[in-house]
Design a protein. Structure first.
Length: 111
Protein backbone atom coordinates (compact mmCIF):
# COMPACT_ATOMS: atom_id res chain seq x y z
CA UNK A 1 0.00 0.00 0.00
CA UNK A 2 1.34 3.41 -0.96
CA UNK A 3 0.00 6.80 0.08
CA UNK A 4 -1.18 9.09 -2.69
CA UNK A 5 1.93 11.20 -2.24
CA UNK A 6 4.21 8.15 -2.10
CA UNK A 7 4.90 8.83 1.59
CA UNK A 8 4.98 5.24 2.83
CA UNK A 9 4.68 1.67 1.75
CA UNK A 10 3.33 -1.24 3.76
CA UNK A 11 4.03 -4.86 2.83
CA UNK A 12 1.34 -7.06 4.42
CA UNK A 13 3.23 -10.25 3.50
CA UNK A 14 6.36 -8.87 5.16
CA UNK A 15 4.34 -7.88 8.20
CA UNK A 16 2.90 -11.41 8.42
CA UNK A 17 6.41 -12.86 8.18
CA UNK A 18 7.58 -10.67 11.07
CA UNK A 19 4.53 -11.74 13.08
CA UNK A 20 5.42 -15.40 12.48
CA UNK A 21 8.99 -14.70 13.62
CA UNK A 22 7.65 -13.04 16.80
CA UNK A 23 5.60 -16.18 17.49
CA UNK A 24 8.76 -18.29 17.08
CA UNK A 25 10.66 -16.03 19.47
CA UNK A 26 7.80 -16.21 21.99
CA UNK A 27 7.97 -20.00 21.85
CA UNK A 28 11.74 -19.89 22.45
CA UNK A 29 11.27 -17.45 25.34
CA UNK A 30 8.67 -19.77 26.89
CA UNK A 31 11.11 -22.67 26.61
CA UNK A 32 13.72 -20.65 28.51
CA UNK A 33 11.39 -19.94 31.42
CA UNK A 34 12.73 -21.44 34.63
CA UNK A 35 10.56 -23.92 36.47
CA UNK A 36 10.01 -24.33 40.17
CA UNK A 37 11.77 -27.68 40.05
CA UNK A 38 15.01 -26.04 38.95
CA UNK A 39 15.39 -24.39 42.33
CA UNK A 40 14.19 -26.08 45.48
CA UNK A 41 15.23 -26.08 49.09
CA UNK A 42 17.11 -29.34 48.49
CA UNK A 43 19.37 -27.64 45.95
CA UNK A 44 21.01 -25.57 48.68
CA UNK A 45 21.75 -28.28 51.26
CA UNK A 46 22.03 -27.45 54.92
CA UNK A 47 24.12 -24.25 54.76
CA UNK A 48 22.32 -22.77 51.77
CA UNK A 49 18.91 -23.67 53.12
CA UNK A 50 18.73 -20.25 54.75
CA UNK A 51 18.74 -18.66 51.31
CA UNK A 52 16.44 -21.15 49.59
CA UNK A 53 13.30 -19.07 50.12
CA UNK A 54 14.83 -15.94 48.59
CA UNK A 55 16.29 -17.86 45.66
CA UNK A 56 13.03 -19.69 44.99
CA UNK A 57 11.14 -16.41 45.15
CA UNK A 58 13.56 -14.84 42.67
CA UNK A 59 13.11 -17.77 40.29
CA UNK A 60 9.34 -17.38 40.47
CA UNK A 61 9.62 -13.64 39.82
CA UNK A 62 11.91 -14.30 36.86
CA UNK A 63 9.56 -16.95 35.49
CA UNK A 64 6.65 -14.49 35.68
CA UNK A 65 8.70 -11.87 33.82
CA UNK A 66 9.62 -14.37 31.10
CA UNK A 67 5.97 -15.41 30.77
CA UNK A 68 4.94 -11.76 30.46
CA UNK A 69 7.54 -11.22 27.74
CA UNK A 70 6.32 -14.23 25.76
CA UNK A 71 2.71 -13.03 26.09
CA UNK A 72 3.72 -9.55 24.93
CA UNK A 73 5.51 -10.99 21.89
CA UNK A 74 2.43 -13.03 20.97
CA UNK A 75 0.15 -10.02 21.47
CA UNK A 76 2.40 -7.91 19.24
CA UNK A 77 2.39 -10.64 16.57
CA UNK A 78 -1.42 -10.67 16.63
CA UNK A 79 -1.61 -6.89 16.36
CA UNK A 80 0.83 -6.96 13.45
CA UNK A 81 -1.31 -9.57 11.65
CA UNK A 82 -4.36 -7.41 12.29
CA UNK A 83 -2.61 -4.35 10.83
CA UNK A 84 -1.56 -6.37 7.76
CA UNK A 85 -5.18 -7.42 7.21
CA UNK A 86 -6.30 -3.80 7.58
CA UNK A 87 -3.82 -2.73 4.87
CA UNK A 88 -5.04 -5.52 2.59
CA UNK A 89 -8.67 -4.52 3.15
CA UNK A 90 -7.85 -0.87 2.47
CA UNK A 91 -6.11 -1.83 -0.78
CA UNK A 92 -9.03 -4.04 -1.80
CA UNK A 93 -11.49 -1.24 -1.03
CA UNK A 94 -9.47 1.24 -3.07
CA UNK A 95 -9.26 -1.22 -5.98
CA UNK A 96 -13.04 -1.66 -5.93
CA UNK A 97 -13.53 2.10 -5.89
CA UNK A 98 -11.24 2.51 -8.90
CA UNK A 99 -12.94 -0.36 -10.73
CA UNK A 100 -16.23 1.50 -10.46
CA UNK A 101 -14.87 4.65 -12.11
CA UNK A 102 -15.88 4.93 -15.74
CA UNK A 103 -13.03 5.56 -18.12
CA UNK A 104 -14.06 7.49 -21.21
CA UNK A 105 -13.16 5.93 -24.52
CA UNK A 106 -10.39 7.69 -26.40
CA UNK A 107 -11.25 8.25 -30.05
CA UNK A 108 -9.06 6.19 -32.38
CA UNK A 109 -7.45 9.28 -33.89
CA UNK A 110 -6.26 10.58 -30.49
CA UNK A 111 -4.41 7.48 -29.36
Amino acid sequence: MTAADGGFRADPAGMAAVAARLDDVATAVDAARPTAGQVSGDAFRLVGGLFAGAATSAVHTGAEAVSALAASLRRTAGELRHAARDYELADAGAALAFAGVGVPAVPAGER
